[in-house]
Design a protein. Structure first.
Length: 444
């Protein structure tokens, strides 16, 4: 009779599916040995056809566990007390956590050794193993969610005449050689758990709330839908110089675009708090999670220094021509306000950035008669590029649909519906039909 089971020794009377969790537990902890053909109390009973059992073990481990665990496993037959016993020796893995493909990177798929038992790992233990194996770069770490789809990302790549197949995903850092997805893939997937929350307030504080939106899905979807929402809340202003009037938006498009992209590309995704955008009567505020990286000061950032937290994400945005070069975003924002007396402000704490975009005003020394027509939450400015494009399209056809507007503006169905409803309420368009049969026509 052998000694009792302990934290490095496990007995099994016969080969069962349970072997997989024992191998996982040893590989994810400090290694150990499993003896097949031995009772729990150490009594040796042996196995029949040991060669067949060893082949079954090899196939079982190869097909059901990721990353590949066979390099850390040695399978051999031994004679104990006159019986054939299979010994499965497992070394501590270097690609932890190893997990059951069927269950993925969650407690039901990851096991660790605790005393003489193999138990499910906690979510925190799983995260710690990933961090120890991959380092502290969140976007390169293994994603805890592996059931991902990329419909939005693929459509964006296709629009730029680029492929997003398995080989491209591996090159870009979305997956590894074994096809396991990284956190970068999670961020760009349709199942992205991160979000942007935007709120509109009446006045200069949060005492009177008007509207709220939360943008979810792939970062690409969040980017497009949130930008469309910000444009709906970017009213036109009229500057008078003598007899002549010049219409300008309250916030420069370039500044709004760069502020939003900065929040998406540079935020710290290891925190699950949302990016917050607040719109007041006199300013927009963008609050992004994640302070300055070690060794970087606020003054360095203002000078154009860029130390990117999410390098692979930034490279993808660069390839898609969403950003031109690293470190130019804040410079573009400041340049957009060159002719304005009000200037953008940047506030930095240990864990967050806040960028404040003030409403545009005339530069000092010029006539500062700025007339701003405030857009309601459901109103699109009459002379906005979006509405002008819709009216131009409607002028070429008998009528148009919501789908036509979605494709024209590259926005979600909710945003297209909101724009069309506002145009109908103002009399720019006429609405006919109901439900899927709804059509819109110019009210000339």
């Amino acid at each position: 009779m052998l000694a009792f089971e302990n934290e490095t020794t496990e007995y099994k009377r016969e080969l069962t599916e349970g072997l997989k969790k024992e191998v996982l537990a040893f590989a994810n902890t400090a290694g150990g040995s499993i003896y097949i053909g031995v009772e729990d109390d150490g009594t040796v009973v042996g196995v029949e056809e040991p060669d067949d059992v060893m082949l079954r073990i090899s196939g079982m481990l190869r097909d059901s566990i990721h990353p590949d665990i066979l390099m850390f496993v040695r399978i051999r037959a031994e004679r104990m007390e006159g019986h054939a016993v299979i010994c499965v020796s497992v070394s501590e893995g270097t690609n932890k956590p190893h997990y059951l493909v069927k269950h993925g990177l969650k407690p039901s798929g990851v096991y660790v050794r605790r005393g003489s038992a193999s138990v499910p790992a906690s979510s925190e233990q799983i995260r710690r193993m990933i961090k120890e194996t991959d380092g502290d770069v969140f976007e390169e770490n293994l994603s805890l969610v592996q059931d991902l789809t990329f419909q939005k990302a693929k459509s964006i790549f296709e629009a730029h005449h680029m492929m997003l197949g398995p080989s491209q995903m591996q090159t870009l850092g979305l997956c590894r050689k074994d096809r396991a997805f990284t956190n970068l893939a999670l961020m760009l997937s349709d199942q992205c758990p991160f979000s942007i929350k935007a709120a509109v307030f009446q006045g200069t504080d949060q005492s009177l709330f008007q509207d709220r939106r939360e943008f979810m899905g792939s970062l690409f979807s969040q980017m497009e839908d949130c930008y469309a929402f910000l444009q709906l809340n970017n009213p036109l202003g009229a500057t008078f110089r003598g007899l002549y009037r010049k219409d300008e938006k309250a916030y420069p498009d370039e500044a709004v675009r760069e502020a939003l992209l900065n929040c998406i590309v540079h935020r710290d995704y290891s925190f699950h708090a949302s990016t917050i955008i607040s719109i007041y009567s006199n300013r927009m505020e963008f609050v992004s999670i994640g302070g300055l990286l070690p060794g970087v000061q606020k003054e360095d950032v203002l000078l154009g220094l860029s130390v990117c937290r999410n390098k692979r994400l930034a490279q993808i945005f660069y390839r898609l021509e969403l950003i031109e070069a690293f470190g130019t975003g804040l410079l573009k924002i400041r340049n957009a306000y060159q002719k304005s007396a009000a200037k953008p402000e940047l506030f930095v704490t240990q864990n967050a950035f806040k960028l404040v975009l003030p409403k545009m005003t005339e530069a000092a020394g010029r006539l500062e008669a700025v007339v701003v027509r405030e857009a309601s939450l459901e109103e699109t400015p009459k002379t906005s590029k979006e509405e002008a494009a819709i009216l131009a399209l409607a002028g070429k056809r008998t009528d148009i649909t919501r789908k036509d507007v979605e494709g024209l503006l590259q926005v979600s169905s909710a945003t297209a519906t909101r724009v069309l409803r506002a145009m109908v309420e103002r009399g720019s368009l006429l609405r006919f039909g109901k439900g899927k049969g709804t059509r819109y026509r110019r009210n000339d």
